[in-house]
Design a protein around this ligand. Sequence first.
Ligand code: ATP
Length: 325
Amino acid sequence: MKAKILAALRASDGYVSGQDLCGQFGVSRTAIWKAINQLKQSGYEIEAVQNRGYHIVSIPDILSENELRSIRKTKWLGDKIYYEPVSESTNTKAMQLAEQGAPHGTIVVTDHQINGRGRRGRIWETEEGAGIAMTFLLRPKIDPNNASMLTLIAAMAVARGIEDETGLKVGIKWPNDIIINRKKVSGILTEMSAQADYVNHIVVGIGINVHMEEFPEELQNTATSIFLELGVKINRAALIERICEYFEAYFDVFLRTEDLSAMAKQYDAYMVNRNQPVKVLDPKDTYEGTARGITTRGELLVDTWECRRLVSSGEVSVRGLYGYV
Ligand code: ATP
């Protein structure tokens, strides 16, 4: 009910009467009053004026289930929201919830991720209350070989979401790094549980640096945050909502063909190192070439001095020839 009260208060420019809220939710005035007080305790500034009702004055930067639910616009993504104030890793939690039967579209969110993971056992650094750490749990009936494309879809959703919320120019370093001003603002980690030809579940984890004012020394040259680029602190829940809307739309398009044929052009337009010299760091072989864009299966096209090569994600990182991008 608190999420619905929040939504009602948000939808109104003026005051919402206690009577109306009682009628809408079929509960007593005391129940409404209690719920409003709990919302106030969690940081919302709500004014109560006799004979007029309630009015929301300010919305804090809160990542609770109620907050996310009250602004949710998606159809299936986020139908179940699992929020925990502190989490080892939202991907690990989502995997556990999946084993216990959590449905397609469940979102796991935390305010403080302690052991964020990157690809190949790397670490994703986070800071309490300063970032977004969330995971989408998906159960699509697709060929497991096509699952890695979901990382690219998530990258586009994050890039567009950040652009909408900030007006900043955002790019993607293939396959999964979101870049602002040549530095990484967000990373994505997709993990899967599958049989040979059947997907049990897929988790798509998204880490975004939102309010961070500084980074550990080893990341200073390659990492940035929305605050560092924009100079103001944006609302994290609003950004999550926007990303969810884009991801849901892209995902539904992806399912029709199980590839990126409808989205590859848009992905290419976001690619920061398209037509730029790159170094491909493949554990088996490091080589240089020019990045040209992606195939409809999400592989990176790289022209080397001798031939065109197709790079699959997974094990590979790409760097600019003269720096991170
Ligand atoms: P690349 O090495 O090209 O950045 P990757 O896709 O291989 O990309 P990820 O697995 O996505 O890397 O992310 C882990 C890496 O990201 C870490 O090894 C570290 O270099 C960097 N990193 C960790 N935390 C952050 C952060 N908060 N912001 C930006 N970069 C980070």
